[in-house]
Design a protein around this ligand. Structure first.
Ligand code: RUQ
Ligand code: CUA
Length: 692
C-alpha cells in the first residue's frame, strides 16, 4: 500500500489502495455526516490541498516563521514550540516531567520544581497552553500550562522558554479546566474535573452525592514568584471541564462547563449522559473578589506546594502552603449562576466582543450560543428555573442567543477569526465547521484527519485574533504518515482561513498528545530572547566565575567539586580522593559567554541524566560511586572542534583509603589573577532549598 502523503505529492486521487484503516475512518465519517445531514467528508484528502499550498507554508532556509505556536504535550508533561506556518519544531520545554535531554527535574537546581504534597512527581498530563494577556490580548510575557493529574499550574517565561514556577492546586482532582486567564492575567483558574470529598477523607464512593464537591480556584498570576491560590469557590459535585474568561463587557465574569450533573460515579459513559442539559457555570469573579475582601470566605487548612526558580541563583525552591480561602456560593449571592447547556458540554468559548458564550455540547445536535446581555437581563428579571446548592439556574431560552443547526457531530471547541466567524471542531464527524456569529449559519466545513480535538487560531480566544491560520489538533493519525509500529505520532493540520473557504495547507506530526495550543506573532517576543546568562550575575552558591575558582572539598561523606566548563575543557579535569560511600556533587558552571554555546556533563555509571549547561549557568549532578576505579566524564554537547577532547577523570578509592583530595588546575587557571588561594565554599552544606 502506498503512503497517503506520497499520493498527495503525486496528485493521485484516493482509491481503495488507501488501506483498511483509512477507508474505515472515512466511511465512518461519511456515515456520521449523512446521519447529521451534513454531507461532508466525501472528498478525498488529496483534492483538498490546492496547488499553492506548499508555497504558503514554505519558509525558506534562514528565514523565520511568522508565529510561535505553543502546543501542550498531553501525557508527555511538556510543551512543544512550533513555527507556523512551516510546522517546524523549535523546542520542547519540560514542565511537569523529568527531561533527560537537558537534566530538568534531575539536577539539584531543578528538582524542587516537581515537588508536591505527594512528594516529587516527575510526570503530569498537560492540556491547555495559555498565553498571558494584557487587556484581553496575548502579550508575550508568559505561557501558563496545567497539569491535569496532580492539579498544578506552571508559568513558562517567554524570554527563556523555561519553566520558572509551579503551583499545586489544593482541594482538587483533575485540574482540567485550567489555566485559563483573566484579561490582564490577574488570575488563572483551575476547576476540578473530578469531584472528590473536600477535604479529601475516607468515605464510601456511594456517598458521592452528599459528600463529593467540585472547586473552582482563582490563582493570582500577575507577579512571577508570587503565584498563590487567592480563593476557591465550592461547587456542587459535577465534573468541571473547561473554562474561559469573559472579555469587553463580560470581562468581570468567567464561564465553566460542567458534565455529569447526574452525579454518577460509575459507568459515566452511560450514566452521565442522561440529562438533556448540563450547565455552564457563570462566575462573577469581580464580585467573588469583593466577597473575599469582606470576609465571606472561610479559611480552610490544607497543603499545597509552591515551587519557584530564583532568577539570580537559578535554583528552585519549594514551600508548602498551609491554608486556602474557600467561598460558598450561598455566602456570596449573585456570584454564580448556572446556564443550562445541551448536552455534556466540553468547551466554552467567548467571542472577541465578549457578548457570545459558545458551548461545545459534545453529544448535542446543535451548537448552543448564550448571550451575555441576555444573561444579565435574565438575572435582573429573576428568570430562574429553580436553584441547586444555592446557585440559581437561569432559563435556557432567556439566555440563548441562538443555536447553530446541524453543525455536524460532536462539537468540542470553538475559536474566532475576529472577522465575525467562529470555527468549531467536530470530533465525531472529523471536521472544522465555520459559522457566522449572529446569524448562526454554517458557511463552510473542512474535513480533518482524524477526530479533531482542539483547534487554534493565533489569538483566537482573545479580543484580537490574528485570524489567518487555523491549527487542527487531531486525536487519531492513522495513515497520514509513514507507519511507525503500533503507535503513531499525533497529528496537527494547518488551514488557511484568510479567504471565504478554509484551505488545508499542511500536516505535521507532534510530540505527546497536544490538547490545546496558543500562538502569537513571532515579532512580539523574538527580539526579547535571552542569549546567555551574565556570569557576573550568577548567584548559584557553587558557581565559579573563572577557571581559577574550581576545586574539590570534603564535608563528611559529601564531596563537592566546583568545575568550570569552557570550550574545550573542564577545570579541574583530574580529581582524586573520593571514596566509595561518598556522595559526590559536581557543580559545573559553563563560563562561556556566547549565545548557544552549551556544554554537557556526564560521568560513567551515573544514575541521573546529563547536565546541559547554558552559557553562564551552574548545574549540579549528584553521583554516588559504587565501586573503586577511575571514571571518565565528558561533555555531551558538541561544542567545538575539540569537543571530543573535552573530558576528564575522577578516581574513586576504597572506603578508608588515604588518597588525598586533589583537583588539578589548567595552566591557564594557574595564571589567572582572579585566583584567590584556597577555594571557598558556602557556609551551608547545600544550596538552600535544594532537594536531595
Ligand atoms: S481537552 S479535546 Cu481541552 Cu483536555 Cu478538549
Ligand atoms: Cu563542551 Cu562539548
Amino acid at each position: 500500500m502506498k503512503g497517503v502523503s506520497s499520493r498527495v505529492q503525486e496528485g493521485f486521487t484516493l482509491s481503495h489502495e488507501g488501506g483498511m484503516s483509512h477507508r474505515t475512518v472515512r466511511m465512518a465519517a461519511a456515515f456520521l455526516a449523512l446521519v447529521a445531514g451534513t454531507g461532508c467528508a466525501t472528498q478525498s484528502p488529496q483534492a483538498l490541498v490546492s496547488g499553492d499550498a506548499a508555497s504558503k507554508v514554505y519558509v525558506a532556509p534562514g528565514h523565520y516563521d511568522e508565529f510561535y505556536a505553543f502546543l501542550s504535550g498531553g501525557y508527555s508533561g511538556n510543551v512543544s514550540v512550533y513555527g507556523l506556518p512551516s510546522g517546524r519544531m523549535l523546542k520542547i520545554i519540560p514542565v511537569f516531567s523529568q527531561f533527560p535531554e537537558n537534566g530538568y527535574g534531575y539536577t539539584q537546581e531543578t528538582r524542587a520544581m516537581l515537588q508536591t504534597t505527594y512528594g516529587e512527581i516527575p510526570w503530569d498530563d498537560t492540556h491547555h497552553a495559555e498565553l498571558s494577556q494584557t487587556d484581553g490580548v496575548p502579550d508575550g510575557r508568559w505561557l501558563f500550562i496545567n497539569g491535569n493529574n496532580t492539579p498544578r499550574i506552571a508559568r513558562i517565561d517567554l524570554t527563556r522558554f523555561e519553566t520558572d514556577e509551579i503551583i499545586q492546586i489544593p482541594n482538587s482532582a483533575g485540574g482540567h479546566a485550567a489555566p485559563f486567564t483573566t484579561g490582564n492575567s490577574e488570575y488563572v483558574v483551575s476547576a476540578t474535573r473530578f469531584s472528590v470529598p473536600i477535604p479529601n477523607t475516607d468515605m464510601p464512593i456511594e456517598n458521592f452525592k452528599a459528600g463529593f464537591k467540585g472547586t473552582i480556584s482563582f490563582i493570582r498570576a500577575d507577579q512571577p514568584g508570587k503565584m498563590d491560590v487567592a480563593f476557591q469557590i465550592l461547587m456542587p459535585g459535577y465534573d468541571y471541564d473547561l473554562g474561559h474568561a469573559g472579555k469587553g463587557p463580560s470581562a468581570g465574569w468567567f464561564f465553566f462547563t460542567s458534565y455529569d450533573t447526574e452525579q454518577a460515579y460509575t459507568k459515566l459513559e452511560v450514566n452521565a449522559s442522561k440529562n438533556d442539559k448540563d450547565f455552564i457555570a457563570a462566575v462573577n469573579w469581580k464580585l467573588a473578589e469583593q466577597c473575599v475582601k469582606s470576609g465571606k470566605a472561610k479559611t480552610m487548612p490544607t497543603a499545597y506546594a509552591h515551587n519557584y526558580t530564583d532568577e539570580k541563583t537559578r535554583v528552585a525552591t519549594s514551600e508548602i502552603k498551609k491554608s486556602v480561602l474557600v467561598l460558598e456560593p450561598s455566602a456570596c449571592p449573585g456570584m454564580v449562576y448556572f446556564i443550562p447547556t445541551p448536552k455534556s458540554p466540553h468547551g466554552v468559548d467567548v467571542d472577541p466582543t465578549g457578548e457570545y458564550i459558545v458551548g461545545g455540547g459534545k453529544l448535542a445536535t446543535v451548537i448552543p450560543v448564550h448571550s451575555f446581555t441576555k444573561m444579565l437581563k435574565a438575572i435582573a428579571d429573576k428568570a430562574f428555573d429553580g436553584e441547586l446548592s444555592g446557585i440559581p439556574i437561569l432559563k435556557y431560552e432567556a439566555v440563548m442567543a441562538g443555536e447553530v443547526q446541524k453543525p455536524g457531530l460532536g462539537p468540542l471547541h470553538t475559536e474566532f477569526d475576529g472577522k465575525g466567524y467562529a470555527y468549531t471542531s467536530m470530533f465525531i464527524s472529523s471536521e472544522v465547521v465555520k459559522w457566522k456569529l449572529g446569524t448562526w449559519e454554517v458557511v463552510d466545513r473542512a474535513p480533518t484527519y482524524y477526530s479533531i480535538g482542539h483547534l487554534m487560531i493565533p489569538g483566537g480566544d482573545s479580543k484580537k485574533p490574528w485570524g489567518n491560520y487555523l491549527l487542527a489538533m487531531n486525536k487519531i493519525t492513522k495513515d497520514r504518515y509513514l507507519p511507525t509500529g503500533p503507535e503513531l505520532a499525533q497529528s496537527a493540520q494547518l488551514f488557511d482561513i484568510s479567504g471565504d473557504r478554509m484551505k488545508l495547507l499542511l500536516d505535521f506530526p507532534t510530540t505527546g498528545e497536544p490538547h490545546y495550543a496558543q500562538a502569537l506573532p513571532a515579532a512580539m517576543i523574538r527580539d526579547k530572547q535571552v542569549k546567555f546568562f551574565a556570569l557576573a550575575n550568577n548567584g548559584n552558591p557553587y558557581a565559579v566565575h573563572s577557571e581559577a575558582e574550581g576545586g574539590i572539598e570534603r564535608k563528611g561523606k559529601a564531596v563537592h567539586i566546583k568545575m568550570a566548563a569552557m570550550r574545550s575543557h573542564f577545570t579541574p579535569d583530574n580529581l582524586e580522593g573520593v571514596m566509595v560511600g561518598d556522595t559526590v556533587y559536581f557543580h559545573v558552571t559553563n563560563i562561556d559567554q556566547d549565545w548557544d554555546i552549551v556544554h554537557g556533563f556526564a560521568v560513567l555509571g551515573m544514575h541521573e541524566a546529563n547536565l546541559i549547561l547554558l552559557p553562564g549557568e551552574t548545574r549540579t549532578l549528584k553521583w554516588v560511586p559504587l565501586t573503586a576505579g577511575v571514571y571518565p566524564f565528558y561533555c555531551t554537547d558538541f561544542c567545538s572542534a575539540l569537543h571530543q577532547e573535552m573530558q576528564g577523570y575522577i578516581r574513586v578509592s576504597a572506603p578508608g583509603s588515604n588518597v588525598a583530595l586533589k583537583a588539578n588546575m589548567s595552566d591557564r587557571a594557574k595564571t589567572q589573577e582572579a585566583r584567590k588561594g584556597a577555594m571557598t565554599m558556602p557556609a551551608a552544606g547545600e544550596p538552600k532549598g535544594q532537594v536531595k
